[in-house]
Write a protein that binds this ligand. Structure first.
Ligand code: 48H
Length: 259
């Protein structure tokens, strides 16, 4: 078969442009494609919501690929095991209550689950700001990551959504920009970013599950961003809390949509 180079280009440009146009208005925009963001996108898309996920890097998966110190296995505890199993990830019992899984298999399976559920993932796009109307987050301001990396002065574009989930990990980038632009308006003790505490896996895992939620009208935090915003301990390479937080934030948003 004779392949036309320009037809290949047109196929990519037209398909991508159509999807980006469709992403201009969504029910939920997830910022960050680490484990928490991918799991949240999966459960929301599975419930029939229009979900877009913006990931700054070329690859999704966030901090999960590297397991602990690049030993690319993750540990999960009992409560989170059903989530990994729902994605078909092969989990092995290490000792009572501790299970291991390949970090590579886990990222690949969760990402595939999210995409097949209907979430649209845009990689290489960074969220740099939010849209606010009458004290509610109503959308995101996005730009190509290479623009940001090269320090080019290129103005961004805006997308609207009913809910934003900050799943940007340790830096809690969306919540941080809200505090920078609007002051200490978050539902936290100080109104600002409380900051992550030192390693304590047991405390950190409980905290992240309990503190996943809405921090400003229309803005939810999940995963490590929830720990950073609300002041929880870090937990190292146990990933159950991230998975449970992703599922929890989806449940909270669905409950707001259908009270
Ligand atoms: C678009 C962005 C932006 C932006 C960042 O770090 P992550 O893996 O986050 P979680 O919360 O899903 O998982 C945290 C886990 O990986 C971890 O770090 C743990 C458990 N640490 C414990 C410890 O003790 O250290 O993923 C966040 C994603 C990344 O892929 C970023 O590239 C992306 O968000 N991101 N995407 N716009 N402004 N900022």
């Amino acid at each position: 078969m004779h392949l036309e180079d320009v037809v290949i280009s047109r196929a990519i440009i037209e398909t991508y442009s159509r999807e980006l146009l469709e992403a201009l208005e969504s029910d939920v925009a997830v910022v960050g494609g680490g484990p928490a963001g991918l799991v949240a996108a999966y459960y929301l898309a599975r419930a029939g919501k229009k979900v877009v996920l913006f990931e700054r890097k070329l690859s999704i998966g966030g901090g999960m690929w590297g397991g602990g110190m690049m030993f690319n296995h993750i540990v999960v505890q009992d409560q989170a095991l059903p989530i990994l199993q729902e994605f078909g990830v092969n989990c092995r019992t290490f000792t009572a209550g501790y299970y291991t899984a390949s970090a590579v298999e886990a990222v690949a399976a969760i990402a595939l689950g999210a995409v097949r559920a209907g979430a649209r993932i845009f990689n290489c796009i960074s969220v740099e700001d939010v849209m606010v109307r009458e004290n509610r987050i109503t959308g995101l301001v996005i730009n190509w990551t290479p623009v940001e990396m090269a320090g080019l002065h290129v103005d961004p574009l805006a997308v609207s959504c009913s809910y934003v989930i900050d799943c940007t990990g340790h830096d809690a980038q969306v919540a941080s920009v809200v505090v920078k632009k609007l002051g200490p308006v978050l539902k936290t003790p100080s109104g600002g970013i409380e900051g992550e505490k030192p390693m304590w896996a047991a405390r950190g895992e409980d905290f992240v599950a309990d503190n996943t939620g809405e921090v400003y009208p229309g803005l939810f935090v999940a995963g490590m961003a929830a720990s950073a915003v609300r002041g929880g301990h870090r937990m190292g390479p146990v990933f159950g809390g991230m998975l449970l937080s992703g599922r929890r934030v989806a449940e909270l948003i669905l409950a707001q949509i259908n009270p």
